[in-house]
Design a protein around this ligand. Structure first.
Ligand code: MG
Length: 105
C-alpha cells in the first residue's frame, strides 16, 4: 500500500488552491459522508444484478468511480489532518481482522 504518495499529492493540490483552511476534521468527515451518499444514489432502488449490469456502461462506471474517488480523497485528507498514517492504520486493521476472523482449516 502507498497511501503516503496519495496523501502528499492531495495535500499539495488543496494547498495550491488555498483550501486547507476549510479542511477541518469535522468538515472532511462530513464531506466523506456526503460523497458516500452520492455514491449510494447510483445504487438506490437497484438490485446488485442491476448495478453490475449498469456499470458495464463506461459513462456509468466513470460516474461511480468518481464518487468512490471522492470518498477516498476526503478520508485520506481526514487521516492527514488527524495525523493518522493510513499505510500503518490499514495494515494494522487487517492484522486485527485476521486475528478476529482466523482462517478455518
Ligand atoms: Mg461527488
Amino acid at each position: 500500500m502507498d497511501f503516503r504518495k496519495l496523501e502528499e499529492k492531495l495535500v499539495a493540490f488543496r494547498d495550491a488552491r488555498g483550501w486547507g483552511k476549510y479542511h477541518t476534521p469535522k468538515n472532511l468527515a462530513i464531506s466523506a459522508a456526503v460523497e458516500l451518499g452520492e455514491l449510494l444514489e447510483h445504487f438506490q432502488w437497484e438490485s446488485d444484478e442491476e448495478i453490475l449490469e449498469a456499470v458495464k456502461d463506461p459513462a456509468k462506471k466513470e460516474a461511480v468511480a468518481d464518487e468512490i474517488a471522492d470518498v477516498v480523497i476526503y478520508l485520506t485528507l481526514l487521516a492527514h489532518e488527524l495525523g493518522i498514517d493510513l499505510d500503518r492504520a490499514v495494515g494494522e486493521k487487517l492484522e486485527k481482522n485476521g486475528r478476529k476472523y482466523p482462517l478455518r482449516t
